[in-house]
Design a protein around this ligand. Structure first.
Ligand code: BES
Ligand code: ZN
Length: 979
């Protein structure tokens, strides 16, 4: 008899069974009517209605060790399933009449649950077992009260199914070339609260314990877990099965437990660590030639962190594995890090430099978690930012260490800051440290606020504390809370001590005073600098920056401790970014009006927030602006730091958005770009213009706006070498710059961009072996593919789709997935949207890329919109259970909606389908606010921008000429694409 049948017999025929899943429960009930004399262990239906809002586990019982044994069955002819037994050693801290732990979607034969009092060495009878599905609770009631300070062991058998839902213990597959068949593997994804779907456990980050894991599976597979293999034995009861037992883990949280059964191969890194940490990269056989880059950088960056934190990596090994179906980018499971293929694999002739950067970034991020998150873990998810913000910031240091030639540090921090300036200006944003009321909220806070704002705030602290105090404080914090948990106050405490020791903060100020204003409050400030040119002084005030111009008192009742940095036109110094002064904010949210003396005379500007060291915007008076604009437009523009050049543009555009300033200032500022060749300021400008572009694209004004964009792009398109210049593969910023400028130029028909792109693509199409020979410059492929697909026909699309199907490189596949959404063929797009719900054509993990790609296109938007409205139930089903991803659908749509009618439609959908949007409530609120803001912008800014652009047109560029030229280029592109 096959093992699974044996298991099911044991569980179902002779025992009571409860299924920690109400739907599955019903099915089981039909199959196995509960005998009368047995206890009824069906989840109490009324439980859903009970008012019981505390989702947290009681603290009276905590786990010390889990002995976990899992049998994995990976053969589809016999059903995909796992069965297991967990033995949890518990400490009872207070007399307890029950053991409450988590279990979800597991079938548990309750009569086989055993409880033993280890201290007294006796068995304890179990009175009853109950489920609370709403809370994912499994509650075991013993016959007698559990005594304080005694140790108990509870033993729970369970069965689960290996689904393709990308969470818990799930299955993934790939097509093996040589065998020409689909091969399955199984892997875990437990963060944040999915361990409970794989085995009954105390699934909260503070409930740390050690783990002894054994994995049994067919001998054709290998298995991996957090710790190295201890021994392998044959399983006597099941033919051809082996059982691998792994070493006891260190004390850790359940969300970091991992295991995997696969036929993957590995390469061991040749870069050796001093303490002989074994570093291996696992992937499917056909992808093994793509693992070298990760194998090279992994140990290097691990070593960098060991030195940086002054703490050794505590495990004997690191395994990193590329999983074909993977929901996130990567997951930092201690000692067994799992990745999406695009985040771990790199192939030099198929992955762009940006894809290589992505691998470095993700590897550095997950390895940083081995300290921030794994060694020292947040007490509760409300402090998730401590994990993700730190990993993001420290990874940027790690990448800069690996690749100083990329000069990525500045760029990454500016990127993050500009991103946050937009997201955190919404009323629907949330504080970095956020109260979690319902488990649905947990997956939603893995967002830009926790990652980017978290990281930007840590950078801000790094700057105002200085290198020594920051490093010392962080290292002490990690040492003090190693193998334990911490809250943000613990971090503030360690940093304050080191800051006072290093004298980087006066003893009267603590890091908590400053940082609580940034992490407990939503949003960020704009400071208003009013210069008095008679007294050479300035008065500075602060207020919250909101994209919404209609604010109430409660929206604005905020203040922050702001590290002030500034420099003046007469002796510009942009090198030091440590705080020169502070704006304060007391407990009653009273802020002072700050006066700064010794400013220069009226001929010289003042610029605040050097290198964007703080998360704040600045509004200057008109005279100071004029001085800055004059310098930017002079040959001295580079004496203003490149980050500040970007900041000036972003601030001016945001202040124009809310009407606090005229668009004239922003456009004057952007005007200097004609002499700018650096990436960062261009990125700031184009990111802002992209938003305006979305709002104008269907309006009368679009002609003049387009002419304006063409006017500013023309010189820079030539300067970067256009689409024909092969980018230098080592220069990250210049590669990004060239591809960004080309993407815009092709979109706006500037120069030969379209013509050459179509030529390149047509040349590729006539290759006899297009999967092996691709004449298109690697780093410009995203732009060229998109342009050719946009202007091409069905054949172009079919050709590229075939390349997607045939490609063996994740990064290449995802580049193609995005490019295919650039089409303007409506039926092709409709079919593509349909395919996005078919996991055999588009992997589940990539479905949202197809949708958002199409939604962002001019014609695609309308199709995506109806698809979203008509097929919301199917989209929900495809994403299920991680339906928080609906945010990735609703946001790109909302960005392009601006009428009251659209707002009402969207609101109606959300309210009719409220269940579907339950886990994306935050994304929904942000989306609705975005539509409202777009509407406001059109009403208030449209005419002003029109008049500024028209005014500029008369001064600077000839609209009619631009249009004529544009038509010519369109004609030649069409001819080519039809060739
Ligand atoms: N801890 C996360 C993985 C994760 C994300 C788990 C969301 C559960 C929900 C991991 O460390 C992470 O942050 N991964 C990022 C990549 C990183 C470079 C920003 C990701 O998945 O995108
Ligand atoms: Zn992370």
């Amino acid at each position: 008899m096959r093992w699974l049948e044996i298991a099911l017999c044991v569980f179902f025929i002779y025992n009571n069974v409860i299924t920690a899943n109400p739907t599955a429960q019903k099915e089981e009930e039909e199959k196995q009517p509960v005998k009368e004399e047995q206890q009824t262990l069906i989840a109490d239906e009324n439980d859903e209605k009970k008012v019981y809002d505390n989702y947290r586990l009681p603290l009276s019982i905590t786990p010390d060790n889990y002995k976990l044994e899992i049998f994995t069955h990976l053969n589809d002819s016999e059903g995909f399933a796992f069965k297991g037994i967990v033995e949890i050693t518990l400490t009872v801290h207070e007399f307890a009449d029950n053991i409450t732990l988590h279990a979800k979607n597991l079938t548990i034969p309750t009569m086989n649950i055993e409880l033993r009092d280890v201290t007294e060495n006796e068995n304890v009878k179990i009175k009853s077992v109950e489920l609370m599905p709403k809370h994912d609770f499994l509650i075991i009631y013993p016959q007698s009260i559990l005594s304080k300070f005694r140790k108990y062991v509870v033993k729970i058998p369970f069965v689960g199914s290996l689904d393709t839902d990308l969470v818990g213990y799930y299955r993934s597959s790939y097509l093996d070339k040589a065998a020409n068949k689909r091969i399955w593997l199984s892997v875990t994804q437990f963060e944040p609260i999915h361990a409970r779907e794989a085995f009954p456990c105390f699934d909260e980050p503070e409930m740390k314990a050690t783990f002894d894991i054994s994995l049994a599976h067919h001998k054709m597979y290998n298995s991996l877990s957090n710790m190295p293999l201890k021994e392998t034995k044959e399983v006597e009861s099941v033919k051809d099965f082996v059982k691998n037992t792994f070493e006891t883990s260190v004390k850790m949280s359940t969300y970091l437990v991992a295991y995997c059964v696969s036929d993957f191969e590995y390469k061991e890194s040749v870069v050796k660590m001093k303490d002989d940490v074994k570093f291996r990269i696992y992937a499917r056989r056909d992808a093994m030639e793509q693992v070298d880059y990760a194998a090279e950088i992994g140990p290097k960056v691990l070593k960098f962190y060991e030195d940086y934190f002054d703490i050794k990596y505590p495990l004997p090994k690191v395994d990193m594995i590329a999983v074909p179906d993977f929901a996130a980018g990567a997951m930092e499971n201690w000692g067994l890090i799992t990745y999406r293929e695009t985040a771990l694999l790199y192939q030099s002739n198929a992955s762009t430099l940006s894809a290589k950067y992505r691998v470095a970034e993700v590897v550095a991020h997950e390895l940083a978690h081995q300290w921030f998150g794994n060694l020292c873990t947040m007490k509760w998810w409300s402090d998730l930012w401590l994990n993700e913000g730190f990993a993001t910031y420290v990874a940027s240091l790690g990448v800069a260490h690996l690749h100083p030639e990329w000069k990525s540090l500045d760029e990454e921090s500016v990127d993050n800051t500009l991103d946050i300036f937009k997201v955190d200006a919404l009323k629907a944003s949330h504080p970095v440290s956020v109260t979690i009321g319902h488990p649905n909220q947990i997956s939603q806070i893995f967002d830009a606020i926790s990652y980017s704002k978290g990281s930007v705030l840590i950078r801000m602290m790094h700057k105002f504390l200085g290198e020594k105090a920051f490093r010392f404080g962080v290292s002490n914090y990690l040492k003090k809370h190693a193998y334990a948990n911490a809250e943000q106050d613990d971090l503030w405490h360690s940093l304050t001590a080191s800051a006072h020791e290093e004298q980087s903060l006066p003893t009267s100020i603590s890091v908590k005073d400053i940082m609580d204003t940034w992490t407990l409050q939503v949003g960020y400030p704009v400071i208003d600098v009013k210069r008095d040119y008679d007294t050479n002084s300035a008065t500075i005030t602060q207020s919250r920056y909101l994209s919404d111009r209609y604010t109430t008192r409660s929206d604005l009742d905020f203040c922050w401790w702001i590290p002030l940095t500034y420099t003046f036109g007469e002796n510009r110094n942009f090198t030091s970014s440590s705080a020169q002064d502070w704006m304060t904010c007391n407990k009653n949210k009273e802020t002072e009006e700050k006066k700064i003396e010794n400013l220069p005379d009226s001929k010289h500007w003042a610029i605040f927030n050097i290198q964007l060291a703080g998360l704040y915007k600045i509004k200057y008076d008109a005279d100071n602006y004029k001085l800055i604009v004059d310098t930017l437009n002079s040959d001295e523009f580079e004496t203003i730091h490149v980050i500040n050049r970007a900041q000036l543009i972003d601030d001016a555009m945001d202040l124009a958005w809310t009407g606090q300033q005229d668009y004239g200032i922003a456009l004057d500022m952007i005007n200097y770009l004609k002499q700018e060749s650096e990436y960062i300021p261009w990125k700031a400008a184009l990111d802002n213009l992209r938003i305006v572009n979305r709002l104008l694209i269907r309006s009368q004004l679009y002609g003049v706006f387009k002419a304006y964009i063409r006017h500013i792009l023309k010189p820079i398109y030539a300067k970067v070498g256009g689409i024909s210049k092969v980018p230098d593969q080592t220069q990250l910023a210049s590669v990004k710059h060239q591809s960004m400028i080309c993407a815009w130029s092709c979109r706006f028909d500037v120069g030969d961009c379209v013509k050459k792109s179509v030529e390149f693509f047509n040349n590729w199409m006539i290759e006899t072996e297009p999967d092996h020979i691709n004449p298109i410059p690697l780093n410009l492929r995203p732009v060229i593919y998109c342009t050719a697909i946009r202007l091409g026909n069905e054949n172009h699309w079919k050709f590229l789709w075939q390349r997607y199907v045939n490609s063996n490189v994740g990064a290449e596949k995802s580049m193609i997935i995005s490019a295919l959404s650039c089409s303007r063929e409506q039926w092709v797009l409709s079919r593509y949207l349909e395919w996005s719900l078919n996991s055999t054509l588009v992997r589940k993990q990539d479905a949202s890329f197809v949708f958002s790609g199409i939604a962002r296109e001019e014609i695609g938007f309308f199709l995506a919109k109806s698809f979203f409205f008509d097929r919301i139930d199917d989209i929900y089903q495809t994403l299920y259970p991680d339906t928080s991803r609906l945010s990735r659908y609703i946001k790109p749509l909302a960005e392009q909606m601006s009428t009251q009618k659209e707002l009402t439609e969207l609101k109606d959908l959300v309210s009719i389908k409220s269940k579907a949007f339950e886990k994306s409530s935050q994304g929904v609120r942000q989306a609705l606010e975005t539509v409202e803001l777009n509407n406001q912008w059109k009403i208030n800014n449209y005419l002003q921008l029109a008049s500024r652009l028209n005014h500029m047109r008369m001064r600077n560029f000839d609209y009619e000429d631009e249009i004529a030229e544009e038509n010519n280029e369109k004609k030649s592109a069409t001819e080519l694409s039809m060739a």
